[in-house]
Ligand binder design. Structure first.
Ligand code: ADP
Ligand code: MG
Length: 639
């Protein structure tokens, strides 16, 4: 706490970017157009993601907490990120660390809870302590902190993202957006300034390895695939090197297993590893009194041999991620290095050989994610220069309207970059229909009732026309803020109706994710149902048009033709009452075949009548009406 802190009380709050890491966390902001991390009083920007709960109720975060971890393992939460968004019964999390957990609550949300000094602590609360610490660090530097962009791994599911947001809220931060870590790294490298490209982000941290393949298309980053190993990181290098040192010191098997010895060895190993990043050879004095050797010497070559198997595991994950993205290694436009472990020179050599190109690594790999987050926060708070504004937003869910049979016609598919607009034309389903009911829906499901209903409005006052004659043009426009405007225009009368809809607000990420998952779950069943409903609508239209035609133009029917058509009609109507989409389709084709000659005769008459002294507009209308039977197949009908 500073006693003398002179600053402008009207100073504008500054947006910040936060990398909430498994091992280390950082906060950054944009100063004079450039992102930079904020260091603590020791000059270090890396805050170990460790939270210690003291008996007196004090909560200690970062380096000081790290020093307390050994003496108070159960009261010091390390790598909290691994527990975020996990369920209470998750067997995997319970094995992570020496913690005491509380049993699952009979009621209330299903989350892991640590038991510390008999008190329940959730991972969200522990993460909030880290975030609060970073916020305070930023406040000391900037005095007033605005909104925050927080990064999360690309593979984080909705529960984990929601947990991250909750933690931020608890820490008193206003979250501008969660951004994927690899995307943030790409932003730090200014890749958004290039138009398009395919990138791999190789993130080798303390305890995790993540690889992400993403495409940058028109200012939008889209994750193509993710992969990695949640139990592979710099810590594994430390363990291998600790073993090497123990052998060189001549420690017996028994001694090197003692917890205190293990800890000293690991600390020595980490320090040695860091020194080997700059030096070819490192000599480590032996701190153990009763060991034979006075020192151990480790060369970089030897270290490379030790860590090679770890790198091969990252290589395997990378090849799989590239394959999952459906691309070839040679197609990648760039490889970005992220994470402290990519400082190791051999990692860089390995990555270069793996991808066949030198990786981008000139931004500090520890900081690159936080720097990118800061840039994004700066943009979102409107502080960036106008022409630099990133179009990172895409529609989270598809937008469409309900058409005949309750089926959804998607006008703007999900992942469309906003702002955007798209148009579709529909026609009437009934003869003499004087209005349209437009039902705007959002979601991935094929059936309107399974999607989220956004708005319903009516376009009335259309003069009665034959089915299929009215032309309704529907335009969907989504502006930069995600605001949807729908405009419906009846082309023959020029009647217009429009409505503003807010699609994304009120839908939290969780709901969005759930809707996507539902669509995936139901994909096949939905499609079948959609096909059935669509075929029913088409069958109804075809049947109606045919029934009308055989009455109006009865004189054009040849002997026996009426019976054949009626038989096909009856079969079609029966099939439409059933559940078999393919059968309906088959019966429609049958009716089509049965009416072929009749339709041709009607068409000839229509043309002859039209030519006999009518205006062009009504010629078109008559011909279209005559064509009605065949065309019925190709049309959607708005309700
Ligand atoms: P995370 O993303 O998991 O929070 P970091 O990206 O902060 O992790 O990486 C931490 C890891 O980086 C640790 O294993 C640390 O030892 C390692 N590391 C940091 N600096 C160096 C260096 N100079 N040489 C080798 N490894 C380093
Ligand atoms: Mg990281």
């Amino acid at each position: 706490m500073m006693l003398l802190d002179i600053f402008d009380p009207k100073a504008k709050p500054r947006p910040i970017g936060i990398d909430l890491g498994t091992t280390n966390s950082l906060v950054a902001y944009v100063r004079d157009g450039r992102p930079e991390t904020i260091a603590d009083c020791d000059g270090s920007a890396l805050v170990p993601s460790i939270v210690h709960y003291a008996r007196n109720g004090a909560v200690i975060v970062g380096d000081r907490a790290k020093r307390l971890a050994e003496a108070h393992p159960q009261e010091t939460l390390v790598s909290v990120k691994r527990f975020l968004g996990r369920g209470a019964d998750d067997p995997e999390t319970r094995q992570l660390g020496p913690y005491a957990f509380l049993p699952r609550e009979a009621e209330g949300p299903d989350v892991v809870r640590f038991s510390v000094h008999g008190k329940a602590i959730t991972p969200v609360e522990a993460s909030a302590e880290i975030l609060r610490n970073l916020k305070e660090l930023a406040e000391e530097e900037l005095h007033s902190v605005g909104g925050a962009v927080i990064t999360v791994p690309a593979y984080f599911d909705d529960g984990q993202r929601q947990a991250t947001k909750d933690a931020a809220k608890l820490a008193g931060l206003r979250v501008l957006r969660l951004v994927n870590e690899p995307t943030a790294a790409a932003l730090a490298y200014g890749l958004d300034a290039k138009r398009d490209g395919l990138f791999a982000v190789y993130d080798f941290g303390g305890g995790t390895f993540d690889v992400t393949v993403l495409v940058l298309d028109d200012g939008v980053f889209q994750v193509k695939s993710t992969g990695g190993d949640s139990a592979l990181g710099g810590d594994d290098m430390d363990r291998l090197l600790a073993d090497e040192l123990a052998t060189a010191f001549g420690l017996t098997e028994e001694v090197r297993k003692k917890p205190a010895v293990v800890r000293v060895l690991l600390d020595l190993a980490r320090a040695t590893k860091h020194r080997l990043t700059d030096a070819e050879t490192v000599t480590v004095p032996n701190p153990f009194v009763d060991a034979p050797a006075s020192a151990a010497t480790v060369t970089r070559d030897r270290f490379d041999v030790l860590v090679k198997p770890l790198l091969e595991r990252t290589g395997k994950a990378c090849r799989r991620a590239v394959r999952d993205a459906g691309v070839e290694v040679a197609e990648l436009d760039g490889v970005i290095l992220v994470g402290g472990s990519t400082r190791v020179p051999y990692v860089r050599t390995y990555v270069e050989a793996l991808f066949g190109q030198a990786p981008l690594g000139d931004i500090d790999p520890d900081q690159v994610v936080a720097l990118g987050a800061a840039l994004q926060a700066h943009q979102l708070e409107g502080e960036g220069e106008k022409e630099e504004i990133l179009l990172l937003d895409v529609l989270p869910l598809s937008l469409g309207i309900e058409v005949g049979g309750g089926v959804v016609d998607k006008i703007l598919p999900r992942n469309t970059t906003i702002p955007t607009a798209s148009k579709s034309v529909y026609t009437t389903q009934e003869d003499g229909q004087t209005g349209f009911v437009l039902h705007v829906v959002q979601g991935e499901r094929e059936i309107a009732s399974d999607c989220r209903s956004l708005a319903t409005f009516t376009l009335a006052g259309i003069p009665p026309m034959a089915a299929g004659m009215a032309r309704l043009e529907v335009t969907f426009r989504v502006d930069v803020d995600g605001l949807l405007t729908v405009e419906a225009r009846e082309q023959t009368t020029g009647k217009v109706q429009h409505v503003d809809v807010k699609p994304s607000y009120g839908l939290d990420d969780e709901t969005v994710e759930k809707m996507l998952l539902d669509a995936l779950d139901h994909g096949e069943a939905d499609l079948q149902l959609r096909r059935l409903l669509e075929n029913r609508v088409e069958a109804g239209r075809l049947a109606k048009a045919t029934q009308k035609a055989i009455v109006v133009d009865v004189d054009l029917l040849e002997a026996g033709e009426k019976e054949t058509i009626e038989a096909a009609l009856t079969a079609l109507i029966a099939s439409a009452a059933g559940e078999d989409a393919a059968k309906i389709k088959f019966r429609m084709d049958e009716l089509d075949a049965a009416t072929k000659g009749f339709a041709a005769a009607r068409m000839n008459r229509a043309i002859a009548t039209a030519i006999a002294g009518k205006d062009v507009g009504s010629i078109e209308a008559t011909v279209e009406a005559a064509l009605g039977i065949e065309e019925a197949h190709a049309r959607h009908g708005a309700r």
